[in-house]
Design a protein around this ligand. Structure first.
Ligand code: ITT
Length: 200
């Protein structure tokens, strides 16, 4: 079993990754197992830059294969805010949701998308980076209690339920994180096949 670090302190992300990677011969350890670890400043200007910063910093500290995600909500009518500032938009999840709803008050365009960029790092280098997205709309009031973050106000296209009303299994079939991790798995499988070819 390969040990891999999920460079996050976000327990919800970790749970989603554990389920998404279930059955992959991986032992997923998070930064919670490295209490001395000091988080780097997320001073990138894009999801990609921030995912790279987190993955590199984690890999340098732990010295094993590491991945990190930078993710967030982009709301069309708010010029794609909060975007990379999603976790810093207000002090807690209910306040962040309240801010979005207030800023959207009276606006007809409710289109939004979640973005997740996963970067993989090893040996002080970024190995690869993958982006996942899911499109939907922001509803008028929070609904549901599953998930985390902005899930209660986001209804994905093709569904009537918010992400927080869907089960984790259902969210994991269509989410931005699921979409990005699918590309990671494909990449790793391709790399392994190339390695097998070279060795045989
Ligand atoms: P780490 O940096 O330790 O991974 P974080 O929560 O600070 O944890 P980000 O900087 O990537 O992570 O911020 C992501 C924020 O975007 C998160 O706190 C939520 O507010 C929002 N978000 C991301 N994915 C989400 C999802 O699946 N459902 C709801 N909100 C999400």
């Amino acid at each position: 079993m390969t040990k891999i670090i999920a460079a996050t302190h976000n327990q919800h992300k970790l749970e989603e990754y554990r389920e998404l990677l279930d059955g992959q011969d991986l032992e997923i350890v998070s930064l919670n197992d490295y209490p001395e670890y000091a988080e780097p400043e997320e001073n990138g200007k894009t999801f990609e830059e921030n995912a790279n910063i987190k993955a590199l910093s984690g890999a340098n500290y732990c010295d094993i294969l590491t991945f990190a995600d930078d993710s967030g909500l982009e709301v069309e009518a708010l010029d794609n805010a909060p975007g990379i500032y999603s976790s810093r938009y207000a002090e807690n999840d209910p306040a962040r949701i309240a801010r979005i709803l207030k800023e959207l008050d009276g606006k007809e365009n409710r289109r939004a998308r979640f973005v997740c960029v996963i970067s993989i790092a090893f040996n002080k280098e970024i190995v690869a980076s993958f982006r996942g997205e899911v499109y939907g709309k922001i509803i008028d009031e929070p609904r549901g209690s599953n998930g985390f973050g902005y899930d209660p106000v986001f209804v994905p296209d093709g569904f009537d339920k918010s992400f927080a009303e869907l089960s984790q299994k259902e969210k994991n079939k269509i989410s931005h994180r699921a979409n990005a991790i699918e590309k990671v798995i494909e990449f790793v499988e391709d790399e392994m096949a190339i390695l097998d070819d070279e060795l045989s």
